[in-house]
Design a binder for this molecule. Sequence first.
Ligand code: NAD
Length: 360
Amino acid sequence: MAKILVLPGDGIGPEVVAEAKKILLWVQKQEGLDLEFEEDLVGGAAYDASGVPLTEQTLSLARDADAVLLGAVGGPKWEPLDYAVRPERALLRLRKELELFANLRPARVYGALVEASTLKREVIEGIDIMVVRELTGGIYFGEPRGVTGTGEARKGVNTMVYTATEIERICRLAFEIAKGRRKKLTSIDKANVLEVTELWRDVVTGIAADYPQVELNHMYVDNCAMQLVRNPKQFDVVVTGNLFGDILSDEAAMLTGSIGMLPSASLAASKKGMYEPVHGSAPDIAGRGVANPLATILSAALMLDLTLGYSDAARRIELAVENALAKGLRTADLTGGQGPASTTSEAGDQVLKELQTLYQ
Ligand code: NAD
């Protein structure tokens, strides 16, 4: 029995999670999957109910679960709050407590949405990139850090630090992912300037021998930023540290045109994972039933694939999304202001209909 903790969160979170759950429940019934769902509050909703964005009880449910499916947290209502109880703190705590060291972000351009990208069709048509970012180390956590001194003597410091063990852990995962895809891995560093990434390059090169079927390339981060917009089709799996990954995963994501389409996974060594759309709680459209649920539906598919081991069901959901888009499914964020748009629940129903066809 696999346990899934559903945390819808704030803003459009509950609206998009409801559609993902609709799909999951149908697949569960159809395939007889042994899944158990629990649901709880997180973020601003949890703060309103209990004064903290993540209660110990919710954290304990997350620890017990095999996977967490999360909507989004935050919104203007909670912005004046103390930093320690801001909704976003819940995500940081979950990542830390569940030891989610790897962030995976697929960036895929669907044929039907090629025109939604700001780049030319011939540059982006068919791109399918997986960015694997180290999430718990590097310059975001390194010590010493902080601002010291006064006046003109003020000094700000952050430290970029990685151990060989941390590098090996994330890179082995990236090699494994590449093995199941087009077998190309590009490791991103700045080894010409930063010693910490010289070590990174050394470690990746060392373990490449264990994955002879995967072709490994190294690329400097500045070149990668350029290549992602010049010729993104050259990339299959990209692996990098926390800081470079933060920037490059956003850049890769934007190749696809709409934030409403982008799923993500954060994984622990045990393969336990937290799955969530890349977008936030979109307070500007919350409660109107117009949000695009596809990023969350695709996150649920990633969950079935990477944590729960139901790869076939995951592929079917992804194909159902692709087919629904090809048949004209467009939520308001995808129409460019032209033509009729599906509501959030209509979009979920359209994907479900395509899924049912695939199972016939
Ligand atoms: P956002 O992603 O919520 O919204 C940016 C823009 O994209 C908005 O115009 C929004 O309407 C649109 N958008 C986002 N998701 C969409 C969807 N599924 N369908 C259609 N349109 C969509 O980012 P923001 O406005 O910078 O942040 C809003 C709140 O969300 C803030 O409180 C922020 O802290 C929080 N946030 C949370 C997460 C998370 O929970 N992981 C991530 C980013 C931001």
